[in-house]
Write a protein that binds this ligand. Structure first.
Ligand code: ADP
Ligand code: MG
Length: 327
C-alpha cells in the first residue's frame, strides 16, 4: 500500500503521546485548540534536527523520533517548566512505513512518559528534517532564566558531561559501538534524557539555568553574558561517567575533562544557586538518579576562567557549535 500524506498523519501521528484533558481539538482540524490554566504562563520552545547535521545519517528512526522531542523538552526543563503539548513538522524523503512507525514510536514513547500530547504539525517531502515545538507551563513569574546568576553563586551541572560528544567524535571516525561502555555513550548521544523533574525542582532555588546542547563552556557562557557576570570552573570537578573515562583511557585520550568542557549534545542542566542553598540543592538531587555536581563559582569579573588541578589556568577554545560560523 502506498501511504498518502493523510494516511501518514492518521496512522502514525493522530494518537501520538499522552491523552490530555486540556486538548479540546488535537490532530485533524486546521489547528489545535487547548485550554491554558489561568494561573500559569505558557512556555514555548522549538528545535530543528537536520539529518547529517544534528544526527549521523545512519541514526535509527526510533532514536531520531526520541531525540527530536527530547531536545525540546530539555529546553522546557531548563526553564523549570512542565510540558503539556507538542507540534511536529516532519520532512521525510520517502513514505517508508517501517521508518515512519519506528520514528513515531520513538517520539510517542517519550511523549507518553513526559505527559505530552502531540496536537498538530505538518508533513512534507524532502531531505530528512524534524522540527518540534513544545508547549508547557510555569506558575506565573517563576520561569528560571539565564539572567539570574549573581557573584558568589555556586555553578552546578546535572549528570555527566562529554558522553554524547565522545560518541559523536567516535562516530565520525567510522565507529560502530560494541562494548557496553561504547553502547552507553551511543545511548547518551541518541537518546538524551530531558531533566524535567530536576528542572522543575529547581524553581525558586536556581538563580539561572540553561541546558547544555552546545557544550558547557559555550552554554555557561550564555548565562554569564545574560547575567553580566563571569565565572571560574575547576576542570577536575567536571562530572565524567565511568564509561567516558574508560573509553578515553582505551583511546589514549588524556584530556577527557577538556573534551567534556566543549562537548555538546549532553542535554544536562547547568544552573547557579546561592551558596546558602547548597545543602538544599544537594538534597533535592539526592532523590534524582542523575545527581549534580558543584563545578565552580560565579564572579563579578566578566569572562569564563578554568583552573586545572595544579591551579594553573587552562587555555581553551571558547565557542560552541555555530551553524553559520565561517568554516
Ligand atoms: P493544512 O493543509 O490545513 O495545513 P495538514 O493537512 O497539513 O493541514 O494537516 C492536517 C492535520 O494534521 C492538522 O491538524 C495538522 O496539525 C495535523 N498534522 C499534519 N502533520 C502532522 C504531524 N507530522 N504530526 C502531527 N500532526 C500533524
Ligand atoms: Mg499543513
Amino acid at each position: 500500500m502506498i501511504l498518502s500524506e493523510f494516511d501518514i498523519i492518521r496512522r502514525y501521528f493522530a494518537a501520538a503521546g499522552a491523552r490530555r484533558d486540556d486538548v479540546a481539538v488535537g490532530v485533524g482540524d486546521d489547528a489545535a485548540v487547548v485550554d491554558v490554566p489561568p494561573d500559569r504562563q505558557l512556555v514555548l520552545a522549538m528545535d530543528t534536527l537536520v539529518s547529517g547535521v544534528h544526527f549521523p545519517e545512519e541514526t535509527r528512526a526510533e532514536d531520531i523520533g526520541h531525540k527530536a522531542l527530547a531536545v525540546n523538552l530539555s529546553d522546557l526543563a531548563a526553564m523549570g517548566a512542565e510540558p503539556a503539548w507538542a507540534t511536529l513538522a516532519l520532512t521525510a524523503p520517502r513514505n517508508d512505513p517501517a521508518w515512519l512507525a519506528a520514528f513515531a514510536e520513538g517520539f510517542s514513547a517519550l511523549a507518553r512518559e513526559a505527559g505530552v500530547q502531540l496536537i498538530g504539525g505538518d508533513t512534507t517531502r524532502g531531505p530528512l528534517t524534524v522540527t518540534v515545538q513544545v508547549h508547557g507551563f510555569v506558575p506565573r513569574g517563576q520561569a528560571v532564566l539565564r539572567s539570574g546568576a549573581r557573584p558568589g553563586d555556586v555553578i552546578y551541572v546535572s549528570g555527566s558531561l562529554g558522553d554524547a560528544g565522545l560518541a559523536l567524535r567516535r562516530w565520525q571516525q567510522g565507529w560502530s559501538p560494541i562494548s557496553v561502555d561504547e553502547q552507553y555513550l551511543a545511548t547518551r548521544l541518541n537518546r538524551p534524557v530531558p531533566r524535567l523533574q530536576e528542572g522543575r525542582a529547581l524553581r525558586g532555588l536556581a538563580g539561572a539555568m540553561i541546558d547544555i546542547s552546545d557544550g558547557l563552556a559555550a552554554d555557561l557562557g550564555h548565562i554569564l553574558e545574560a547575567s553580566g557576570v563571569g565565572a571560574t570552573l575547576q576542570l577536575d570537578a567536571l562530572p565524567l561517567s565511568p564509561a567516558f573515562q574508560r573509553v578515553c583511557a582505551a583511546m589514549g585520550e588524556t584530556q577527557g575533562a577538556r573534551l567534556a568542557l566543549g562537548a555538546g549534545d549532553d542535554y544536562e542542566l547547568c544552573f547557579t544557586a546561592p551558596a546558602a542553598h547548597r545543602e538544599q540543592v544537594e538534597r533535592q538531587f539526592a532523590a534524582f538518579g542523575c545527581g549534580c555536581r558543584a563545578i565552580g563559582v560565579i564572579e563579578e569579573r566578566p569572562g569564563l576562567r578554568v583552573r586545572q588541578s595544579d591551579g594553573s589556568p587552562l587555555v581553551f577554545e571558547h565557542g560552541g557549535y555555530d551553524h553559520f560560523a565561517a568554516p
